[in-house]
Design a protein around this ligand. Structure first.
Ligand SMILES: C[S@@+](CC[C@H](N)C(=O)[O-])C[C@H]1O[C@@H](n2cnc3c(N)ncnc32)[C@H](O)[C@@H]1O
Length: 262
């Protein structure tokens, strides 16, 4: 799978199994509390949970009485699980497969949510296209809530912890990570020109070895602001975490922001 298409295959059952333990119901509830409060979501509004994964936020919204929630994700594995979880929770959410670069919506939603680092998977042009698609999907004055890893925090982290990979001349961070009880070898490289992280993971289950690559373009707040303005948004508020601490304040690593379609 090429760098351009990595996102088509990397969000599979194994990704789900390893991340699922971190998505506690408490965490999802805290995130939904925060989004509902700050974006002032109302139960009768139409909401698009973009790159919804296995639907944890959509399902939590539906449990709170939100009746017009659509979750969209490219991964068939995730959408299948989302549908099964909604059924098991006895709530109605429409889950569909789709590509965030080609959204089949125009002027339909009061709010679009893009949660837990689901932005920055493509080259700069396509990432900007995603923002344009979100803008098109929203009604006038619609809200866009996004939560990604902070570009500033990533740049700092590689300056602090990166060791130069002499083969490619980029700072890298090799490590062993505990992924849901399974130790995995991982290397992250940071390309400072593209502001892109390439993560390579190797899984070994007995004789079964599988390698995964993930690519993430990160943006600083001024870059984000520029892209959002160009896509027809105005930023309303920004934070550095779900406790409401200011963006870039001590100990925060996220860029969480609310924007409005202008
Ligand atoms: C880090 S997960 C976040 C999932 C979810 N928002 C959550 O918080 O649990 C990123 C998601 O983006 C989805 N994704 C990746 N590329 C996509 C694309 N082109 N269009 C739609 N979804 C995509 C993946 O399948 C995955 O579910």
């Amino acid at each position: 799978m090429s760098e351009a298409d990595w996102w088509k295959t990397s969000f599979d059952q194994r990704y789900l199994d390893t991340y699922l333990h971190g998505f506690t119901p408490e965490r999802t509830k805290q995130e939904v509390d925060y989004v509902v409060k700050t974006a002032q979501l109302k139960p009768d509004e139409t909401i698009l949970d973009l790159a919804c994964g296995h639907g944890r936020h959509s399902i939590e919204l539906a449990k709170r009485g939100f009746t017009h929630v659509i979750g969209l994700d490219y991964s068939e594995t995730f959408v299948t699980k989302a549908k099964a979880d909604a059924l098991a929770s006895n709530v109605a959410v429409r889950f569909i497969r789709g590509d965030m670069k080609e959204l089949p919506f125009e002027n339909e939603f009061d709010a679009v949510l893009l949660l837990f680092t689901a932005f920055g998977y493509f080259d700069d042009e396509s990432n900007k296209r995603v923002l344009g698609q979100i803008n098109k999907a929203l009604r006038p004055s619609g809200r866009f809530f996004v939560d990604v890893v902070s570009g500033e925090a990533v740049i700092e982290r590689f300056k602090r912890e990166g060791v130069t990979d002499t083969k490619i001349g980029q700072p890298s961070i090799p490590r062993q990570v505990d992924m849901g009880g399974h130790m995995v070898n991982e290397v992250e490289w940071f390309d400072p020109d593209k502001q892109a992280i390439h993560t390579h993971r190797e899984w070994q289950d007995g004789d079964d070895k599988k390698e995964y690559d993930y690519y993430l373009h990160v943006y600083t707040m001024p870059q984000f602001e520029r892209m959002l303005t160009d896509a027809g948004f105005a930023i309303t508020e920004t934070w550095g975490d779900y406790d409401g601490n200011p963006h870039l304040s001590e100990g925060t690593f996220r860029t969480i922001l609310l924007a409005k379609k202008v």
